[in-house]
Design a protein around this ligand. Sequence first.
Ligand code: CP
Length: 308
Amino acid sequence: MDNFKGRDVIEIGDFSKDELLFVLKMARKFDPTFTKSDRSNYTIAQGKIAATLFFEPSTRTQQSFSSAAQKIGMGLIGFNDPELTSIYKGESFADTIRIMMAYADVMIIRHPEAGSARKAAEIADIPVINAGDGPNSHPTQTLLDLYTILKVFGKLDNLKIAFVGDPLHYRVFHGQFSALSKFSGNKFYGISPKGLEMPQEFRNEDYEDVVIDMKDLDKTLEKIQPDIVSVGRIPKEYIKGDATKYDFELNLETVKKLPKSSIIMHPLPRVNELDPKIDTDPRAVYFAQARNGLYIREALLALVLGRL
Ligand code: CP
């Protein structure tokens, strides 16, 4: 597939099913599960520079992009605190993008405002990768989620997926739903307290609201018997008023009746919705999921630079 060179990665919906599958296939090249020696990857993007522009905090996305860039031979510039740049002196977003693009070959941007990555891509003449733009989109998270599912189940179709938490605001659920809807036979359940149901614009006939008192999460999961339990924190930053009323917890009791072959996913960071006691359950894949982000990001950087 030759249409990745120079491409921006802004929304998961911008990619066809075949393009998604192609990125997932390329990520295997960087994954020690499939590629025993990755020596030949060290120089793939030698001489190229990645710029990470993080206008809001991140652990996984920023560090895995930094690691991915260096693993394929790239140099790295950027910031994770805009107050330590000339934005502090009043420099505009647009000028910041113009300046950073002069020093780099690819730009990775996280910003609290929806649409900011698209805005950066309109200004920059180098590929821009959206590393999360507020409530809107986090396409590399969706890609690593798909990669995790594919690695476990060997397929992305005919799966039962339960979103647990806040389908109204949580961009991770929107991304997973949008991408997995491209594959046939998937059935989606949005398990949430009343008031946090999936927005109308994201729905299709395969999506079902399961509005519950979250104290009944164990019985609800037992009834649905999902293949994938996709959990997310309640994003308090997007909820007006007291968000603690929506708090819930997935714990040893809640997961007891889940199918043995199911998996529990979470993009992390977790707050209080995942009891650490379930971390050792073989169905809990969230740390492996975070690690998969490295392979996806190595592949994506190499692809947009035309080096794969
Ligand atoms: N999952 C994720 O995006 O984590 P960070 O906010 O730490 O990057």
